[in-house]
Design a binder for this molecule. Structure first.
Ligand code: GPP
Ligand code: MG
Ligand code: MG
Length: 347
């Protein structure tokens, strides 16, 4: 099956899952008409619309692990788990956009930016999260790996929250302290806020479904996927500054938001005393002139070239890790498939 067919089939399942969640809300929890409309709008606005790499990875990993085409039922179940990752991501993004005061996401206004939504978006993000467990109960309750899935999701959610916490407290709105921004702090933030839920979660879900029990297999997957996740977030930081908003669907806010971005860490590493002063004066300021001054410094320091070099090195390192993998525990293809989806991405 081609990628676009896989995506088409994956998208086709979404309405069924929304209907499943609505059914529980309406028939078990007395949800009235006005809430039904609100909730279905919330889900339809926020859950689809991304690249779906995470969701599709559950399906492709499961197929690789079984080593044969999936039956209809197996495909559907893997798609449900794939959507549960997309649902989890939607929960995070609705909340993250409020915390980061972002304007747009996936080419449309952030949910909280809609005047009729505003702070209700906080509860809407919780409703998106809660829906995941309605779906899991409906389709996986009697599976032997049901508890493993629940445990995994809870663990990953907590880890992501810890990562988000560190991201936020390292970027206070009111004062700039560039000494906070170190590469080791950066690595901790991105491992927890992005890599675990975006890379380890989809693969670990497929492993549970396929009946993998060997802890060494999970550990091997974890170490490679953390590496991939770190690279992915570095790309995200790069695109925050250099991506085309029309392509990435969002407008970068990292400089204004005082974020511990990979770019500012590189800049601090390369800057002389005068250049460091420019960062001290202009980083984390909301005005456009300050943002422009920071971007001009990035240009002077040739950060685009620094990124391209990093990208090559990171790809080589990842290829090496994949080659060294003990394939008795897990096939290489799981990781080469995932890597293909993210290297040299424009969005
Ligand atoms: C996005 O990082 C962060 C997350 C998806 C995790 C949020 C976690 C919560 C517990 C709410 P980002 O802000 O760097 O990404 P983007 O540029 O897409 O906003
Ligand atoms: Mg954020
Ligand atoms: Mg954000």
């Amino acid at each position: 099956m081609t990628m676009s067919e896989q995506l088409k089939q994956f998208l086709a399942v979404f309405d069924t899952l929304v209907a499943d969640v609505m059914d529980v809300a309406v028939n078990q929890y007395e949800t009235p008409k006005e809430s039904q409309q609100w909730m279905s709008e919330n889900l339809k606005y926020n859950v689809p619309g991304g690249k779906m790499n995470r969701g599709l990875s559950v399906v492709s990993t499961y197929e690789i692990l079984l080593g044969r085409p999936l039956t209809k039922d197996e495909l559907f179940k893997a798609q449900v788990l794939g959507w549960s990752v997309e649902w989890l991501q939607a929960f995070f993004l609705v909340a993250d956009d409020m915390m980061d005061q972002s304007q747009t996401r996936r080419g449309q206004p952030c949910w909280y930016k809609k005047p009729e939504v505003s702070n209700i978006a906080i509860n809407d993000s919780f409703v998106i999260e809660g829906s995941i467990y309605i779906l899991l109960k409906k389709y996986f309750r009697s599976e032997p790996y049901y508890v493993d899935l629940l445990d995994l999701l809870h663990e990953v959610t907590f880890q992501t929250e810890l990562g988000q916490m560190l991201d936020l407290i390292t970027a206070p709105e009111d004062h700039v302290d560039l000494t906070r921004f170190t590469l080791s702090k950066y690595k901790t933030i991105v491992k927890y806020k992005t890599a675990v839920y975006s890379f380890y979660l989809p693969v670990a879900m497929a492993m549970h479904m396929a009946g993998v029990k060997n802890p060494a297999a999970f550990a091997a997957a974890h170490s490679i996927l953390m590496e991939m996740g770190e690279f992915f977030q570095i790309q995200d930081d790069y695109l925050d500054c250099y991506g085309d908003p029309a392509v990435i669907g969002k407008i970068g806010t990292d400089i204004q938001d005082n974020k511990c971005s990979w770019l500012v860490i590189q800049a601090l590493d390369l800057a002389n005393a005068d250049q460091r002063k420019i960062l001290e004066q202009h980083y984390a300021r909301k005005d456009e002139a300050s943002v422009a001054a920071v971007k001009a410094l990035y240009k002077e320091l040739e950060l685009q070239r620094v990124f391209t070099e990093y990208e090559e090195k990171s790809f080589a390192k990842l290829t090496q890790l994949i080659n060294e993998l003990d394939t008795a525990t897990i096939p290489r293809e799981v990781f080469t498939e995932f890597a293909k989806k993210i290297y040299k991405r424009q969005k």
